[in-house]
Design a protein around this ligand. Structure first.
Ligand SMILES: NC(=O)C1=CN([C@@H]2O[C@H](COP(=O)(O)OP(=O)(O)OC[C@H]3O[C@@H](n4cnc5c(N)ncnc54)[C@H](O)[C@@H]3O)[C@@H](O)[C@H]2O)C=CC1
Ligand SMILES: O=C([O-])CC(=O)C(=O)O
Length: 359
């Protein structure tokens, strides 16, 4: 009697588990590999689909030997939100290259598509210097997402997460491409800016000797240099003016620190993978009904629309359909007002550049 109740419970837990397919485009790269590894550890992901123009089958084979426990559906992944009829098994990992319609297979039925495809910076480059190469990579991948992931016959509700730089421009590029295909949903397109907030909380925690994972710092704007605006006045810590200036500069140019230290071999990959996995996990949790999931992200936003700024990063509440609420900036210090004023013109140019590229 007791055994059968336990068995029944175990089965009903398994049947209620949500099914989530995550596709990583650019999965064999410096970010793609550790990001895929972290997603393989996420028990809410039941199908991890890795795509790259090189080496994706190898990455998939390697990941597939990790015995993390999740749910597997050998019949393919049902859309997010639906239940399984299967007991817990192991997560399925599939690897896809450009041959044999690999991109289409990788994307079909995806609930979350993450794009870290594209070249990284070398010292003395800005993120905008990556535009000439990465804009067309992102445009072409967005076209594939529109055709294969967002069509009604597949999963029309995929969330699209952009990591490829320059994020300030690549997100508008993706938006424009999805609009051209009639499948743009502003609630489901995200520029991943989590790393700025992770860095900010880490740098503050170093200074104040606190636990970085519990040190909350709000960062808004965009994802490059002066467009990254930390709102240190809103933290629970107090800072001297010199500390605020030094911290602000370090947060704005944290990426350059890593680019310089890597000395020509690339930019942040491990911290970015951590940031990307954290954001993907937040979206999956929100989709599974978790309440009050708030994350920073660069989205289509009304905050500075009257100044011609269509996309802006701020804290956002996430729900089953993506963006539920965009938080305002709150009270700003005069210094933060000046940082916002400096960010706006560059952000406007970056957004325009992305939109013009598609037009
Ligand atoms: N949003 C953010 O906070 C951050 C963004 N980045 C950006 O992420 C991007 C990737 O950086 P890394 O992984 O270090 O570069 P990487 O060069 O190590 O990897 C990029 C991968 O993209 C693949 N790729 C190129 N074209 C592709 C296509 N058409 N389809 C699929 N895959 C393709 C490459 O084969 C390679 O495996 C860069 O643009 C970098 O600037 C980096 C750090 C932080
Ligand atoms: O600095 C870069 O080029 C990569 C990046 O976006 C970051 O680390 O924040």
């Amino acid at each position: 009697m007791f055994t059968s109740i336990v068995a029944k419970r175990a089965f009903s837990t398994a049947t209620k588990q949500k099914s989530t397919k995550v596709t990583v485009l650019g999965a064999a790269g410096g970010i793609g590999q550790p990001l895929s590894l972290l997603l393989k550890r996420n028990s809410q992901v039941n199908h991890l689909s890795v795509y790259d123009i090189v080496n994706a089958p190898g990455v998939a084979a390697d990941l597939s030997h990790i015995n993390t426990n999740a749910v597997r559906n050998p019949l393919g992944a049902p859309p997010m939100g639906e239940s399984f009829d299967l007991p817990a098994r192991s997560l399925s990992v599939t690897g896809h290259g450009p041959e044999n319609n690999g991109l289409e297979t990788a994307l079909e039925g995806s609930d979350i598509v993450v794009i870290p495809a594209g070249i990284p910076r070398k010292p003395d480059m800005t993120r905008d210097d990556l535009f000439s190469t990465n804009a067309s990579i992102v445009r072409d991948l967005a076209t594939a997402i529109a055709k294969y992931a967002l069509q009604l016959k597949h999963s029309p509700k995929a969330h699209v997460l952009i990591i490829s730089n320059p994020v300030n421009s690549t997100v508008p590029i993706v938006a424009e491409v999805l609009k051209l295909h009639g499948v743009f949903d502003p609630k489901r397109l995200f520029g991943v800016t989590s790393l700025d907030v992770i860095r900010a909380s880490r740098f503050v925690s170093e200074l104040k000797d606190t636990d970085g994972s519990k040190t909350k710092i709000t960062v808004v704007g965009g994802h490059s240099g002066v467009t990254i605006v930390p709102l240190l006045s809103q933290s629970s810590h107090s800072f001297t003016e010199d500390e605020i200036k030094a911290l602000t500069h370090r947060i704005q140019f944290g990426g350059d620190e890593v680019v310089k230290a890597k000395n020509g071999t690339g930019s942040a990959t491990l911290s970015m993978a951590f940031a990307g996995a954290k954001f993907a996990n937040a979206l999956i949790s929100a989709a599974s009904g978790k309440k009050t999931v708030t994350e920073p992200t660069y989205v289509q936003s009304p905050l500075f629309a009257d100044e011609g700024i269509e996309f802006f990063a701020s804290n956002v509440d996430l729900g089953p359909n993506g963006v539920e609420k965009i938080h305002g900036l709150g009270e700003l210090s005069p210094y933060e007002e000046s940082l916002i004023a400096a960010a706006i013109p560059e952000l406007r140019d970056n957004i325009e550049k992305g939109k013009k590229f598609v037009a």
